[in-house]
Ligand binder design. Structure first.
Ligand SMILES: *Cc1c(COP(=O)(O)O)cnc(C)c1O
Length: 709
């Protein structure tokens, strides 16, 4: 590509085609040289499209585009963006420098049911998808040879609106994949599901160097019920869910073959994708190995990451249904229906045991891991019967999750750390030791940054609340009142997660009077901001959302509690950058990891968390607070009461007083010391570059070596 940075003006068509080019690879989403071009293109449309480059381009007026084509500064930024991306894609990254020469055929196939890549690409329900998206971005940054496979969902998960009574309204939008930057590879496959062949087209999205292939069955060639396979995420009915998983696993492997993508290592990110390993074994069997040899070979080359310590979180199906829906694969395997059903059972031949996707994955993967050390322990205990021994012998390890720093850090914060401690985030290497110097920054300037981020969050939340209020038709005065809610300088506590009940979103309201006494003091105000969606069929989770919504209207908390609808990656980024404290109140040990808590420390935010998921590995007594202990109450009501009491005590005796203890210059020195300790200790370790490098060293490369030998 020949770039001409000093070229004064270009034709409109040329500019549009360069912008389309820049939008065609998600590199734009984690690099300011990328996304900021589209923000400048039309700031209003940028916001209106939830930051979609193609959406913004399509909605920007011709006059505006023509004017920008004559603006040398803008044209230069477009060329610079393209040049920066080309340099990135061509660079020898960590993997090329350290391992590529010894692993020339190495290529990972990463399968997951959801990918959370950007707020404008709503193809995720929660943490699993966000983690998968961050995994792809770090794999790209580190140069890991990896291809990813998933499904393209016509209406994604769902859009959440709360009615006037706080009940959840579920909206299903109809997405235009073109807007997502998804291209059609023109490859189609015919996936056997039950008695018929379902046609799927294979779409592709580029995530830096990583191709993500997404299957779409919403095609005229298919029967109406088959078109519904890719309608949405986690729809609930077991048969549909099972068929989606056949499409992901079996169809996904078929797609890689049709595309000529040869993988050596298979990574099943959660049990949803386990049929991919089965399909791979049946393919080996078809070219001459016995089915047992095929299973052994696949096992050695498969990595499985389990993501939930909640027993009900593991998919289980009626074995008869599995045998029917996978009839063609079962026939190719040569196994009898009874033997085939046993693949998903701990105890072979036990007709009372259902077919469990996690068990299938454990059976077909030699390398299995949980997503935090604690979750690894819990998983070893949970699945010890499968390994027919004691928990200490179950070969399940752990690789703790991380977040993709460039995706989650606020640009203002990034500039701050760069100026103060010369932190460079662009480096394509797994080590992030530069953060250790965070304690050296200028404290007054750090407090200015915190105040800016908090104030920006307060304004963002007010705007969102006003919009929500208008939509509910609540009248002029109610809308106007939203603008006096919250306070730029008050201690701000955030809670945003999926509203699964084990996460206990309403725990902080356990004793409303005690909480009100804490929030309402005018000399040291405290405010709470919530966001989160419950599954459309999870009534208890929706009741939690409703309870919090009711609390936002409770006069005891006047203007100090807010609920932002439609938690997505943008809301997540605003909350995790702006909040002073990030609250996490799951029932221990049900939070496998809980990665959202890794985002505030990038901005000097502090965690206030149950000792669950990743937090026990990170806490040092200074970089945040731990609620409760590690003992479990047998009675969940007693557990809630004990944890709430511990939470109140921490807030009353430590969190709130420390935030308001100011020196002569108005700085909370004790608080700042803790906040900087959070930045110095958490991001260096709990980032997805470290995570992906660990997967590569501990799981992918060993699996690749066995396969090659
Ligand atoms: C970070 C993030 C998550 C994952 O966080 P958890 O702590 O696992 O709940 C989920 N959804 C969004 C939008 C996020 O930004």
């Amino acid at each position: 590509m020949a770039f001409a940075p000093r070229h004064p003006a270009i034709a409109v068509d040329e500019l549009v085609s360069h912008l389309r080019d820049l939008a065609s690879n998600l590199w734009w989403s984690w690099n300011e040289e990328g996304w900021s071009v589209f923000q400048t293109l039309d700031p209003t449309e940028w916001r209106a499209t939830n930051h979609s480059p193609i959406g913004t381009l399509e909605r920007t007026s011709q006059a505006r585009i023509a004017a920008l084509a004559c603006d040398p500064m803008f044209v230069k930024r477009v060329y610079d963006g393209l040049a920066a991306r080309a340099a990135y894609l061509g660079e020898r990254a960590w993997f090329q420098r350290s391992a590529a020469a010894r692993h020339t055929n190495f290529r990972v196939g990463y399968f997951c049911s959801e990918f959370g890549l950007h707020e404008s690409i709503q193809q995720y329900a929660g943490g699993l998808g966000i983690l998968a998206g961050d995994h792809l971005k770090s794999s790209s940054d580190l140069g890991i040879p990896l291809v990813a496979v998933g499904l393209a969902y016509r209406h994604g998960y769902y859009i959440q609106q709360l009615a006037r009574d706080g009940s959840t309204q579920v909206l299903y939008p109809d997405y235009d994949f073109g807007r997502f930057g998804i291209e059609d590879t023109r490859v189609t496959i015919g996936c056997p599901i039950g008695a018929h062949i379902v046609t799927a087209r294979v779409m592709r999205m580029w995530v830096g160097r990583i191709p993500l292939y997404l299957l779409d069955t919403d095609l005229k060639a298919n029967a109406p019920e088959d078109r519904k396979l890719t309608e949405g995420l986690y729809k609930g009915e077991p048969l549909l869910r099972l068929r989606q998983q056949v499409l992901l696993g079996v169809g996904g492997m078929m797609a890689l073959k049709a595309l000529g993508e040869k993988i050596t290592v298979l990574h099943l990110n959660e049990g949803h994708a386990a049929f991919a390993a089965l399909q791979r074994a049946v393919d080996l069997h078809a070219v001459g190995r016995s089915i047992q040899e095929s299973f052994d070979a696949v096992r050695r080359a498969t990595v499985f990451t389990t993501h939930t310590p909640v027993p009900a979180g593991h998919d289980r199906y009626d074995p008869k249904m599995v045998c029917e829906e996978l009839a063609s694969i079962a026939a190719r395997s040569g196994l009898s229906p009874a033997e085939f059903a046993d693949l998903g059972r701990i105890r072979g031949g036990d007709a009372s045991e259902t077919f469990c996707m996690t068990v299938l994955a454990l059976r077909l993967a030699q390398r299995v891991n949980g997503v935090s050390q604690l979750h690894g322990e819990v998983s070893r205990e949970m699945w010890k019967d499968f390994y027919a021994g004691t928990a200490s012998k179950a070969p399940i390890g752990s690789i703790t999750n991380g977040v993709h720093t460039k995706t989650w850090i606020d640009p203002d914060a990034e500039r701050f750390w760069r100026t103060e401690i010369e932190l460079r985030l662009g480096k394509q290497a797994p080590k992030a030791t530069g953060w250790r110097r965070a304690t050296e920054v200028n404290r007054a300037r750090f407090w200015e940054l915190r105040s800016r981020l908090r104030s920006r969050l307060v304004h963002f939340v007010r705007d969102r609340l006003a919009m929500q209020c208008k939509r509910r038709g609540e009248g002029q005065s109610a809308v106007a009142a939203t603008y006096s809610l919250l306070n730029d300088d008050a201690l701000t506590i955030g809670f945003a997660r999926r509203f699964a009940t084990y996460k206990r979103a309403p725990l902080i309201f356990h004793d409303p009077a005690r909480l009100a006494a804490l929030l309402a003091r005018t000399d040291r105000p405290v405010q709470l901001i919530f966001a989160g969606k419950a599954h459309p069929r999870d009534e208890a989770g929706q009741a939690f959302a409703q309870k919090i919504f009711t609390m936002t209207r409770d006069p005891r908390f006047a203007g100090r509690v807010a609920f932002v609808e439609e938690y997505d990656m943008h809301v997540g980024r605003m909350l995790t950058s702006g909040c002073d404290v990030w609250l996490n109140t799951p029932t221990r040990p049900y939070e496998a990891s809980g990665t959202s808590g890794m985002k505030p420390p990038l901005h000097g935010g502090l965690n206030l968390s149950i000792l669950d998921g990743w937090w026990p590995e990170a806490t040092d007594g200074i970089n945040g607070w731990s609620i409760g202990g590690t003992e479990a109450e047998p009675d969940s009501k007693l557990q809630d009461a004990a944890d709430a009491a511990s939470l109140y005590q921490l807030l009353e005796e430590s969190v709130v007083p420390q935030f308001y203890q100011r020196d002569a210059a108005g700085l909370p020195q004790g608080w700042i010391a803790r906040a900087l300790q959070s930045a110095a200790t958490v991001p260096a370790e709990f980032n997805s570059h470290r995570m992906v490098a660990q997967y590569t060293r501990k799981a992918y490369l060993p699996a690749n070596e066995i396969r090659g030998s």
